[in-house]
Design a binder for this molecule. Structure first.
Ligand code: AVJ
Ligand code: FE
Length: 435
């Protein structure tokens, strides 16, 4: 196993922490104070809550957990405790004002730097082995950066100006259709030093052969479902999904703007633009993904199938679909600076061993599976990261989105959300039994 107690981790840990912080500051830097404090959606926290929350998390789970001197009174933790205060109520809390929240985050980070300098590379203590808590804190801040992006997408008063994005790749001809994934044993779960508790312990499972869509479902594909009356036909929908369609008046994915006459625009942050047919669909909930799959004569993959497709049908447990080298821009759309997914087929170097495209990055992919613990799970370092969410209320998403950071994406990484949520950057692909 790589990243054991004796492989050096300190310089990577520091650079991942600083990468996360630079991203958060770049995202929020230009916003007026009122936009930072406001509740933009009942689904999301005020932006400035996330900033102080990541700092407080770093203080609690890194500094205090490692025995470094406290910076704030632990009583202060309550305001930033996600379990004590539902998102919709956080604007009414006595939150640190923006200036003070950024200053608190800076102060915690300086203390972390000093503490890190004094630590050995080779500690076998569970929190320090391979630099675990440093990786956990860097991933946590990046997950909140993604949450901030979802809040910025929901913000309308004023809308968030889309920063200049990198040029859109122009994909060549890409293979369509489905890819056969041979059945057999697959190693599921992660063994790397920064894997979360819910990815462990790794285990082996037999998966029957199946067909996996070569690409995520695109806007162009999904539009056919919409325009052929998919949202008006109960046959395609899970009963709870059909109830949701009725109750919310859903007619199309989030942020699509129907113009009539088969013309569609979409709002992406502060920009209204033609709906690009060649990008993976995003802002669909699990019920919409499930309904499309049924309409297409297919189904959503289980998370075991998804992971088998990502690791490779030959049974070698690759860390990423293309192998074990960490993601670069050539492999996948990740890191948040494109402000949207790339057209399918943009990353020939990211194709899996069996020929499946775009498994990591661009959009999260809903799976058929509920979020459950693997056999032998034990909560580490605290039950509120994963354990309290296990059960049938949440569906698993895999693969990461354009807004996910490379450090928080790998074949074994598990995300979860309620099946009716569509503010996240989620899409899907379909699967089918072989024969
Ligand atoms: C794994 C994305 C569902 O945002 O609720 C952030 C990540 N956990 N702070 C979430 C998380 C604690 C989590 N998700
Ligand atoms: Fe958090």
């Amino acid at each position: 196993e790589e990243g054991g107690p004796h492989s050096p981790w300190k310089s990577r840990a520091w650079s991942e922490l600083e990468t996360a912080r630079a991203r958060v500051l770049a995202m929020l830097g230009g916003l007026p104070e009122a936009a930072l404090r406001r509740q933009h959606s009942p689904l999301m926290s005020p932006l400035i809550w996330d900033v102080a929350h990541v700092a407080n998390y770093e203080e609690q789970w890194l500094l205090r957990a490692l025995g470094a001197p406290a910076i704030t009174d632990p009583a202060f933790d309550a305001i930033y405790d996600a379990f004590r205060h539902p998102r919709a109520t956080r604007a009414e809390l006595p939150l640190l004002p923006p200036e003070a929240a950024f200053a608190y985050a800076r102060r915690v980070r300086e203390a972390v730097r000093e503490h890190l300098d004094r630590l050995p590379e080779d500690s076998a203590a569970p929190l320090l082995r391979g630099g675990y808590v440093f990786g956990m804190v860097a991933q946590h801040e990046q997950q909140h950066a993604e949450t901030l992006a979802a809040t910025l997408q929901l913000m309308t008063a004023p809308a968030y100006p889309v920063p200049p994005a990198r040029p859109r790749p122009r994909p060549g001809a890409v293979p369509q259709g489905e890819v056969f994934i041979p059945g057999g044993e697959v190693r599921l779960g992660s063994t790397g030093p920064w894997a979360y508790d819910n990815e462990r312990p790794a285990f082996t499972q037999d998966v029957a052969p199946f067909l996996m869509d070569a690409h995520p479902v695109t806007n162009g594909d999904y539009r056919v479902f919409v325009e052929s009356g998919g949202y008006e036909d109960a046959r395609w929908w899970h009963p709870k999904g059909w109830a949701l369609v009725q109750a919310e008046g859903l007619r199309h994915p989030g942020f699509w703007l129907p113009q009539g006459n088969h013309t569609w625009l979409r709002r992406r942050f502060g920009q209204v633009e033609p709906l690009p047919g060649d990008e993976p669909v995003q802002h669909v909930c699990w019920y919409e993904a499930d309904a499309y799959a049924r309409w297409a004569g297919k189904r959503l993959p289980t998370e075991a199938e998804w992971e088998k497709a990502a690791r490779g049908g030959d049974g070698r447990p690759r860390e990423y679909p293309w192998g074990d080298t960490p993601p670069t821009r050539a492999h996948a759309t990740l890191g948040g600076d494109t402000w949207g997914p790339a057209p399918v087929g943009s990353h020939p170097r990211g194709v899996s061993h069996d020929g499946v495209w775009g498994l990591l990055g661009d959009v999260w992919e809903w799976t058929a599976s509920d979020f459950r613990p693997y056999a032998g799970f034990s909560a580490f370092p605290y039950p509120e990261y994963s354990e309290v969410f296990f059960g049938e209320a949440y569906k698993v998403l895999r693969g990461g989105a354009w807004a996910s950071a490379p450090v928080a994406v790998r074949n074994g990484f598990r995300n979860w959300d309620f099946p009716n949520r569509r503010q996240i950057f989620a899409g899907f692909r379909c699967a089918r039994n072989a024969r």
